[in-house]
Design a protein around this ligand. Structure first.
Ligand SMILES: [Zn+2]
Length: 461
């Protein structure tokens, strides 16, 4: 039976919707803590029915069903991408759950490593609710406001799994959510712009790259009818320059939403501008050399997801984001953990001779400055290759259709070169070359060949 036609299941969703959506506003730290403990115990019992976790915990001699509080999490080993790959497909799902009730999704292919895993319908609904929560924060709702979501609807992605294969066959999405427009971030910015102009949304949610392109189009006089109140940016680091460029172009407030395929939504910026974790849905640890970092210090994020009956995510160490936690409170009064800064993916990092690690947050602004300072989007693609500590090659693909328009290619290249040199310092030689295409099949757009095993990290930038 399709679980969405099952009244018990629908009742469960409804209850979750009402209870969950504003939970962090309603409860205090102490009851959040008790809630986390309960969720964790439930998760542990469930994990014990999943071969990957059952075997892993047996090997290290921990009994998951004996865990009582979230503090016990630290006794568990990390789960890696390799663990999931090795146990795929049957070993990453519970023996108690029917495979036909699960939907396969995979992590984005932008880093060249695609990881397949399973989610269930409740996961999908919770993902939608988590997004609704961020809308609620800004006094918007999917029922009264017009919402444009520019998702990654390539066939393998989580969004496709959620919307096309998960929700759509069960609900008639377009009928149920008349106020939501679904657009694809893989389409041409001009096409996306035209669709938004026709829909005239109050809210636009999209990836940082696409939002940058749209802002430039808006700034150049397109999209007369587009005047959203809010824009949510997701997917990668949004530097402050690009943020204010998008805000100015659309006369709208931009806030950030942070998530990953494996975990669902992780956090969001509240009205006061602070970054909150969805501490009732996920639990994050921030470690450096295996030890928790202090407030404000950058560490590797380890994530545990509480909900869902698909592939459990428990102490998963491969979101690969470097994040600084923040110990303190926010004047908005929400319960749960806070983060100070998201630096970006550490598998997309560059390593400097002096021990400084440049993370995406540091060099993404070089590219966003092309948009808002040089006002050009003729850089169609780029690849950053670090052959050794002292040499950096930036490959650039120029959009032929735009070659003769705006600033010259030479001007753009020297802009990129100067931008990187300002970050790397004089010890690193930066060369910028034009190529017809960049090879992203062999790995990500940022490739560092520096031996990380022999490299000592002094600081993140
Ligand atoms: Zn807040």
């Amino acid at each position: 039976m399709n679980p969405f036609y099952n009244p018990m299941f629908l009742g469960k969703i409804l209850k979750r919707y009402i209870i969950d959506i504003d939970r962090l506003n309603r409860i205090n730290e102490e009851s959040l803590r008790r809630y986390q403990d309960r969720q964790f115990r439930r998760l542990m019992r469930f994990a014990d029915t999943v071969p990957l976790y059952h075997e892993k915990y047996m090997q290290v001699g921990v009994n998951p069903t004996s865990m009582t509080s979230i503090d016990d999490l630290q006794r568990l080993p990390f789960v890696t991408k390799d663990d999931i790959k090795r146990h795929y497909p049957l070993g990453i799902v519970s023996s108690k759950i029917k495979k036909t009730s699960l939907i396969k999704v995979s992590t984005s292919g932008t880093t060249g490593k695609i990881l397949p895993l399973y989610v269930d319908l409740l996961d999908i609904v919770m993902g939608l609710f988590a997004y609704m929560r961020t809308l609620h924060e800004y006094d918007m709702s999917v029922w009264k406001d017009k919402i444009t979501i520019i998702g990654d609807f390539a066939p393998h992605t989580a969004e496709s799994g959620y919307v096309t294969r998960g929700l759509q066959p069960h609900f008639n999405l377009t009928r149920m959510f008349k106020n939501i427009q679904w657009l694809n971030t893989n389409d041409e910015p001009n096409k996306v712009m035209a669709a938004i102009d026709e829909f005239q949304p109050d809210f636009i949610g999209g990836y940082v790259g696409m939002l940058g392109h749209l802002a430039l189009l808006k700034d150049s006089g397109l999209g007369d009818n587009i005047s959203p109140r809010y824009i949510a940016a997701t997917g990668s680091v949004l530097d402050s320059f690009l943020k204010s460029f998008v805000e100015k172009a659309f006369h709208a407030k931009v806030f950030e939403v942070y998530g990953a395929t494996e975990s669902g939504l992780i956090g969001f910026q509240c009205e006061k501008g602070r970054y909150h974790l969805m501490s009732d849905l996920v639990y994050a640890e921030f470690l450096r050399n295996g030890e928790p970092v202090h407030s404000g210090e950058a560490g590797e994020m380890i994530i545990t997801k509480f909900h869902g009956k698909g592939t459990p995510i428990i102490r998963y160490n491969a979101i690969n984001d470097i994040v600084a936690p923040f110990k303190g409170t926010c004047s908005c009064g929400k319960a749960g953990a806070l983060i100070k800064k998201i630096y970006g993916r550490n598998d997309l990092a560059l390593y400097l001779p002096n021990g400084t690690v440049l993370l995406p947050s540091a060099f993404s602004e070089i590219y966003s400055k092309l948009l808002y300072q040089l006002r050009t989007n003729k850089v169609k693609n780029t690849k950053i290759i670090q052959r050794d500590l002292y040499n950096l090659e930036i490959q650039v693909v120029i959009d032929e259709a735009l070659r003769a328009i705006g600033p010259s290619v030479e001007e753009i290249f020297s802009f990129i070169k100067n931008g990187f040199e300002a970050k790397t310092g004089p010890d690193v030689t930066v060369i910028v070359t034009e190529v017809d295409a960049v090879d992203t099949s062999q790995g990500p757009r940022i490739l560092s060949m520096v031996d990380k095993e022999k490299y000592t990290i002094a600081r993140y930038l």
